[in-house]
Design a protein around this ligand. Structure first.
Ligand code: OAD
Length: 228
């Protein structure tokens, strides 16, 4: 029998129990930093050194974080389902937990690219980017992140994935940031949609099963329900 297809749409909340800050919770990153200064393309052209440092810090912090049970359960679903992870997270915790098909809508902390057209993408692991470092084309090396004001190149691929989902699991995202937040509306009308979050998320104008739990607890409940 053909395996059913699950698309997991994850956000910062899935990594919260690994010790990575979310953005919009109290004491989240956007309470301590100005999003325009550290996460917009305008911010980059105003003060690239500041943004380089901000992402160097995120990358250095990531090296010492570990995937949690929620990431591991997402990966374990692959034994029973065809699974695609569409994540807004720039961390590599889904990879380290063992998921195989991951779309990073907002880029990846462990990669860098040329500021000229975001070409010449390279793996840099957890090391810092130096302010005077150049990409292969001689332009400044920048973090491989999708900043506010930039296109989301993997959006079409994410839409294609969700359009053929039987089950959608939305976990740890406040659904504040578009276009990612609109992805769920591309799911087929008969797809089952589950939302795991300890708090209310933005209103969703279609039927969803809401699991008001932290990611580790909610994913365990849902895993047990789906893998009967
Ligand atoms: P947010 O910080 O907006 O939302 C995090 C969500 O996770 C909230 O709904 C929290 O209630 C929930 N949450 C907190 N702890 C949790 C836990 N232990 N388990 C499950 N859920 C938990 O983060 P995102 O929605 O991911 O983009 O933010 C989207 C984008 O905004 C990010 O990718 C980033 C940011 O600006 C860029 O920087 C381009």
């Amino acid at each position: 029998m053909n395996k059913q297809k699950i698309v997991v749409l994850s956000g910062a909340g899935i990594s919260a129990e690994s010790g990575i800050s979310t953005f919009r919770d109290s004491d989240g990153l956007w309470e301590n930093y100005d999003v325009q200064e550290v996460a917009s393309i305008d911010g980059w052209y105003k003060n690239p050194d500041l943004m380089t440092r901000f992402y160097n810090e995120r990358r250095a912090e990531l090296e010492h974080k570990q995937p949690n049970e929620a990431h591991r359960l997402v990966a374990a679903l692959e034994e029973h389902f065809k699974v695609t992870v569409v994540t807004q997270n720039i961390d590599d915790l889904h990879e380290r937990a063992g998921s195989h098909h991951i779309i990073h809508l907002h880029g990846e902390a462990t990669k860098a690219c040329s500021e000229n057209g975001k070409r010449f993408v390279q793996d840099i692991g957890y090391r810092p980017i130096a302010n005077d470092e150049k990409a292969q084309d001689g332009a400044r090396l920048r973090p491989f992140i999708v900043w506010f004001g930039e296109a989301v190149p993997l959006m079409d691929e994410a839409v294609r994935e969700i359009e053929t989902a039987d089950i959608v699991i939305i976990v740890g995202t406040s659904l504040n940031v578009y276009p990612a937040a609109g992805l769920l509306y591309y799911a087929p009308s008969d797809a089952q949609i589950y939302v795991i979050d300890p708090k209310e998320v933005q209103p969703i104008s279609r039927h969803v099963h809401f699991i008001k739990e932290k990611a580790t607890v909610g994913m365990r409940q849902l895993y047990d329900q789906l893998v009967k």
